[in-house]
Design a binder for this molecule. Sequence first.
Ligand SMILES: [Zn+2]
Length: 292
Amino acid sequence: MHAACLFLWAGCNGTHRMSPATARLVCFSLFGALLAASGCYKVPVTGRAAVNMVSDEAVIQKSEEAFADMKKKYPVTRNRAYQDRVQRIGERLAKVAFWDVAAANWEFVVFEAPDQINAFAMAGGKVGVFTGLFKIVHNDDQLASVLAHEIAHVAAKHVNERLSQAMAIQGGGLIVSGVMSTTGAGALTSNAVLEAYGLSTGIGATGFDRKKEKEADHIGLIYMARAGYNPEEAPKVIENLEQANAGRATPPAFLSTHPSYPERILQMIDLMPKALEVYRQGGQKQVPQLVK
Ligand SMILES: [Zn+2]
């Protein structure tokens, strides 16, 4: 499956280098359709070939339902300053993720939950921040790094991948490419979607496996830089998180599927020259206008 995904993308990338803009568009549309039909997609920024056996529309629909449930479960904050900050930073990030998060109807909500150092983003552009997060983010760049990380999970379709893996296991390997892509929303339960988001966890406990968390860190670092936020503030958030969680039992990295704090920071340091280059280029040069 992965080899097939790579092959398709190699074909498209090979052609587009020689083509004018329109041909490039046609190429990407054609290969996009082919990729969707074969259950593959290319993760933005990292370029990883990933498997997507679930319908994007179904995931978006279920995510919107799950977000509506979150709004019933947690009170929306009355802190105007928090809400405005998240909205302003979130919108800047949404612009740079424009091409990577299809069919997004962005919504940024701050939930009143001082005990939860947490944030999340869902397919369809639904972003939630718990007020506890403000304990570990001390400036706009730091808040941007958390939001960028969460939006990166959506852009990378990590939930689709997780659901695809779950379906493949449930189907005993009978799933062939493309079949599940046409499955309607009914095939996905809200619970399965919520579980796939790992919503009881988040940036504190990390909701995905270590590979996906590190990928979200990577993409997030580039997104924040593109949006004009200083990527050097991102590792500081991990340090703040580590301090906030000091004393709580955290399993060592090798025992856990989640990357350890030092592992996340080291990756960010590795990626920093590239992120700073993007940041210094002024980021938002190629930002499209959002059309309502
Ligand atoms: Zn994450």
